[in-house]
Design a protein around this ligand. Structure first.
Ligand code: ZN
Ligand code: ZN
Length: 306
């Protein structure tokens, strides 16, 4: 089960109602952060998520609303005498930004920090992978995919019996090796199990103009968290952001199950934005607020920590 905790959902300017971008992914006892805007430490605290559980932080780009919270996270981890290494991933210049951070103030981290600069990458971690892809934001900027590994189907008694076999210790061996010989018959794992279970797939665009790579990487995703800063092209002006209609179009074309409209400009109130989004988007969508939690398995469940 993957849990997505929206720590900050607004764009550019924090206000009373919403903070700047940060998304926590809780999976198998680990916490991954996608972006860490200013105030992310506070948001984690309110959500009762310990920063000590965070092992990987993925920054989409170096605009203040997406990374200025890193410093307080690193300092809090040091204050609590963290020993576990921390991995920070991001686009070109991530190393430079983290290094200049560490050189400012009287501060030395108590743990190792590993910095990884990414272009388009596919990183494998146990039960899941993180993919990065380039987006269009006028500066080096990435989007990310969380992809849970597909799992084999369950053993099916009917299939076992049809082969004239009985359940037994051979099943354990089959699970490990993928094939086994029982009573002189070679059995493949697929012969006695049901359909493979697709792992959950979640995509986060960071900030971007509408972009073909987002559609490509979002194909059949369970959730696409697409920035939709503006309600109209007129409001967008010359900025490198997307509108609700554009995010909606991408979600439709990529056949994603659920779209989350993210990074709303502070000029719109939630109600005003939600009302207009209903007119502009006919795809299945949500507009997460800070501290909303989305649990993704075979279906999804939305709740709030507020
Ligand atoms: Zn932004
Ligand atoms: Zn930006």
């Amino acid at each position: 089960m993957l849990e997505i905790i929206f720590l900050g959902t607004g764009g550019i300017m924090p206000n009373k109602e919403r903070n700047v971008p940060s998304i926590a992914l809780r999976y198998g006892g680990e916490v991954i952060l996608w972006d860490a805007g200013e105030g992310t430490m506070r948001q984690l605290n309110i959500a009762k998520i310990s920063p000590m559980k965070v092992e990987k932080i993925f920054i989409t780009h170096f605009h203040g609303d997406h990374y200025l919270g890193l410093m307080s996270l690193l300092q809090t981890m040091t204050l609590w005498d963290r020993k576990k290494p921390l991995h920070i991933y991001g686009p070109k210049y991530t190393f430079k930004f983290v290094q200049s951070y560490l050189e400012s103030g009287f501060f030395r981290p108590s743990f190792e920090i590993h910095v990884h600069e990414l272009g388009e990458a596919r990183l494998k971690f146990g039960e899941y992978e993180i993919w990065s892809f380039k987006v269009e934001h006028g500066i080096p900027a990435l989007g990310y995919v969380f992809k849970e590994r597909d799992r084999r189907g369950n053993f099916e008694l009917r299939k076992i019996e049809e082969l004239g076999l009985k359940p037994g210790p051979w099943m354990k061996e089959l699970e490990i090796k993928g094939r086994v010989v029982v009573d002189g018959k070679e059995i493949q794992l697929e012969d006695v199990t049901g359909d493979r279970k697709k792992g959950v797939k979640v995509v986060y665009t960071g900030d971007t103009l509408p972009c073909e790579r987002v559609r490509l990487f979002s194909e059949n995703a369970d959730l696409l968290i697409h920035e939709a800063t503006y309600l109209s092209e007129e409001d967008r002006g010359e900025s490198y952001h997307s509108t609700v209609s554009e995010a909606c179009q991408t979600a439709k074309r990529a056949k994603v199950k659920l779209l989350a409209l993210f990074h709303r400009a502070f000029r719109y109130t939630y109600d005003e934005y939600a009302e207009k989004a209903k007119e502009l988007c006919s795809h299945n969508f949500i507009i997460p607020r800070d501290f909303d939690v989305l649990r993704l398995g075979d279906s999804y469940e939305l709740s709030s920590l507020r």
